[in-house]
Design a protein around this ligand. Structure first.
Ligand code: ADP
Ligand code: MG
Length: 326
């Protein structure tokens, strides 16, 4: 069984940054207010420390088994998912292809528990120790048993991890995020809880970027969607800081059509801007109108009424930029 499981796991967890994304989503689902990500060895070592709800001792045994989830109760829940996870596949997949350690304490349990897994199996009874509320997940030797993966992991994985942490830190600006690389003393990313995403953008990408941004928003009752975000002004010229960060219903996704509409049509063709803009958008739509991210590796989304939504966003971005140029 194990070879097939490992191949399947390698499909779900394609690289260290996928792993970081899944772990951050679990910490957010657990209502953490602080999330610290520590990485080493080009992302083959990942540790994530949160101060969320923690995991009950009795759930540690089955934690790394497939389809173990505490989040999905009924099929109908799928339609109104408020948590990221619901498949129970992430930890099981990670455990299959790494050495996983989970240390966790709930509010009501007196102790923290530490559980170690190899190949997805708990290797011994969880040990008891002192600790604070929350969960620390440590992943060692990612892909150690997936030889074809370790070969492709020689190129830089940290920049992809940086990407994931920065996007989640901007979107989840009420949570403080840290990201450390290779035992360096200082965090590469360090954000503070804030009421707006701008502070996280400033801390991660600097004043040049943050000061170049203007707010865009749509509250569209008719088409049933809301949009909030920031776009860079037309004279923005911070080299290589261009970004297109999109969250739909709080999931980080890609949309080629929206990106093209804004980068190509609005900025390049209409406004004649040659540098890559910085755009962060949070779109909320009726959950029934977005194809649920069934496969965790599938990031490209499609929406019902996509053309209309893209057109409205294009218009509002264009109008907002024109107004600031007046
Ligand atoms: P899913 O998120 O789809 O439920 P995962 O494999 O990502 O599946 O996680 C399995 C379960 O482990 C979760 O449903 C949750 O109960 C628990 N869990 C994982 N990470 C954490 C965490 N950081 N804090 C609390 N519980 C967690
Ligand atoms: Mg999950």
């Amino acid at each position: 069984d194990s070879v097939i499981n490992r191949i399947a796991a390698g499909e779900i967890i394609q690289n260290p940054s996928n792993c970081v994304k899944e772990l951050i989503e679990n910490s957010i689902d657990a209502k953490a207010k602080q999330i610290q990500v520590n990485t080493k060895q080009n992302g083959l070592y990942i540790q994530i420390i949160d101060n969320g709800t923690g995991i009950l001792k009795e759930n540690l045994e089955i934690l790394a088994e497939r389809f173990t989830t505490s989040k999905l109760r009924k099929y109908e829940d799928l339609e109104k998912m408020s948590t990221y996870g619901f498949r129970g596949e992430a930890l099981a997949s990670i455990a299959e292809i790494s050495r996983l350690t989970v240390q966790t304490k709930t509010r009501d349990q007196l102790f923290a528990y530490k559980a170690q897994y190899i190949g997805g199996k708990l290797i011994e009874e969880p040990t008891t120790l002192a600790g604070n509320q929350g969960t620390t997940i440590t992943i060692d030797d990612l892909f150690y048993n997936v030889p074809m993966k370790t070969k492709t992991m020689t190129n830089d994985q940290f920049s992809k991890i940086f990407d994931v942490v920065s996007k989640y830190a901007i979107h989840n600006h009420r949570i403080s995020f840290g990201l450390k690389k290779n035992d360096e003393k200082n965090n590469v990313i360090k954000t503070q809880p804030s009421d707006t995403p701008i502070n996280a953008i400033r801390l991660i990408f600097g004043n040049n970027v943050a000061n170049a941004l203007i707010k865009v928003f749509i509250e569209n009752i008719g088409l049933k969607f809301n949009l909030q975000g920031y776009v860079s002004k037309t004279d923005f010229n911070a080299l290589k800081k261009g970004q297109f960060i999109l969250f739909i219903n709080h999931r980080n996704v890609e949309s080629k059509s929206l990106k093209k509409a804004l980068f190509e049509d609005v900025y390049r063709k209409i406004l004649n801007v040659s540098v890559i803009p910085f755009i962060y958008l949070s779109l909320e739509v009726d959950p029934r109108s977005v194809d649920v991210n069934v496969s965790p590796t599938k990031h490209e989304v499609h929406l019902l009424n996509e053309d209309l939504i893209v057109e409205s966003i294009k218009n509002v971005v264009h109008e907002t930029l024109m107004k600031t140029n007046e």
